[in-house]
Design a protein around this ligand. Structure first.
Ligand code: ZN
Length: 400
């Protein structure tokens, strides 16, 4: 197969959130999409025609919140080992997770940090070879307040140094700054809010320091007050945002701050814990509450990007993207808009190259092909065929 060809697609979801296009003739020249026309629209097919009339095309997926060095395994021993192993013991785990993403058509991820900055190290080590088809955006290590939640994914500022001073010092190679502004959701006490980790001035100073370094900020925040402070500080995205309430959704819509709801984390807990336990019951209720918030977010016009928090208990790299897509649809997104959250919105949040996550003319031919019509999504996304800049490849979960 050359990097120039014409295909007929049964259905195209172009990633913009616009309506599904039916029976489209798509022409690629030199790895670039040069035309997209309805079949019979006047552009005669040239050469062999690739028949994908029984297939759906959609852009590559973007997961806006992962932890590549951790797995979703329910085995406590596996989790414990991953959390204290040196880089040499984790590298193959990151490699496996990278392949799981590719196998599900996820071609870009934003890493929210790990205690050893291992995902960033992996990225920097792999870059010279140039053969990393998964685009990685890494936080390195997150920032959390001393004595508060966050040691698994980061560290506190050194003693006597404020958050804003610590962020201003910069860190080589990071793509964005991750800050932890609340605790985790309680699995015993439904909806219990934890106090904010940082004060407004310190958080705002940190966001501004990051901006001066040309970096965006992602803030882990659950509960009304921690989320409100993250919004007032001007962060780029609120991560999780459980129990934030409608007023915060309105504020986010007003300020154009992106929300990454990671609802699948609660699905993960509810499925991995003893179904009769209090914790599983609280996780189920928390998931329902988050789906209700997603419905409110849709009503208020909040920009939502799909992120899974893969690496959390029961949340598996790659596969969790399909589950979160299903939850966004369950929460009120039409399919086209849910795909937009997982493609163009994510690509913009990660600051990927112009046009990433969107099937349109003049863009590199970079899309997924899945069997069947769009009603089979998101399930049909398991092991899609991938066209990358005009080249075709298919990834198995164990390959690479
Ligand atoms: Zn996370």
């Amino acid at each position: 197969m050359t990097d120039s060809f014409t295909l007929v697609a049964g259905w195209i979801l172009d990633g913009t959130g616009g309506p599904i296009r039916r029976n489209v003739l798509l022409r690629v020249e030199g790895g670039v999409i040069v035309s997209l026309e309805p079949v019979g629209g006047g552009v005669p097919p040239q050469g062999d025609l690739l028949d994908l009339t029984d297939c759906t095309l959609l852009p590559p997926l973007v997961d806006s919140h992962v932890h590549l060095s951790m797995s979703g395994s329910g085995d406590p021993e596996v989790r414990r080992k991953q959390l204290c192993a040196p880089y040499g013991g984790v590298r193959h785990v990151i490699e496996k997770h990278k392949n799981q993403h590719l196998a599900h058509g996820v071609l870009a991820v934003r890493d929210g940090g790990d205690h050893g900055s291992f995902a960033l190290k992996y990225k920097r080590e792999s870059l010279p070879s140039g053969n990393v088809p998964l685009l990685l955006r890494c936080a390195g290590r997150a920032w959390h307040a001393p004595g508060r939640y966050g040691t698994l994914i980061g560290r506190p500022p050194p003693q006597g140094v404020s958050l804003s001073q610590a962020v201003a010092r910069g860190e080589e190679g990071i793509d964005h700054v991750k800050m932890v502004q609340s605790g985790l959701n309680s699995l015993k006490d439904f909806g219990k809010e934890t106090p904010p980790q940082f004060g407004l001035e310190d958080l705002r100073g940190a966001v501004e320091a990051a901006k001066r370094l040309g970096l965006r900020t992602m803030v882990h925040a659950n509960g009304r007050t921690p989320v409100r402070l993250a919004i007032e500080a001007g962060c780029d995205s609120v991560e999780h945002g459980f129990f934030m309430g409608r007023d915060n959704l309105k504020r986010m819509a007003d300020k154009g701050i992106v929300w990454v709801p990671t609802a699948v984390t609660m699905k993960g807990y509810s499925e991995m814990l003893d179904p009769r336990s209090l914790e599983a019951e609280v996780a189920r209720r928390t998931l329902e509450d988050q789906l209700e918030q997603i419905r409110m977010g849709v009503e208020e016009g909040v920009t939502i990007a799909l992120g899974t928090d893969s690496g959390s208990l029961g949340v598996h790299h790659g596969g969790a993207v399909l589950e979160e897509l299903g939850l966004l649809i369950h929460g009120g997104f039409p399919l086209e808009k849910a795909i937009q959250c997982a493609t163009t919105t994510g690509a913009q949040l990660l600051d990927l190259e112009e046009g990433f996550g969107c099937i349109q003319t003049k863009n590199p031919a970079r899309f997924l092909v899945v069997r069947g019509n769009p009603s089979l999504l998101p399930g049909s996304l398991r092991f899609p065929e991938v066209c990358f800049r005009g080249e075709w490849w298919k990834m198995g979960e164990g390959s690479g």
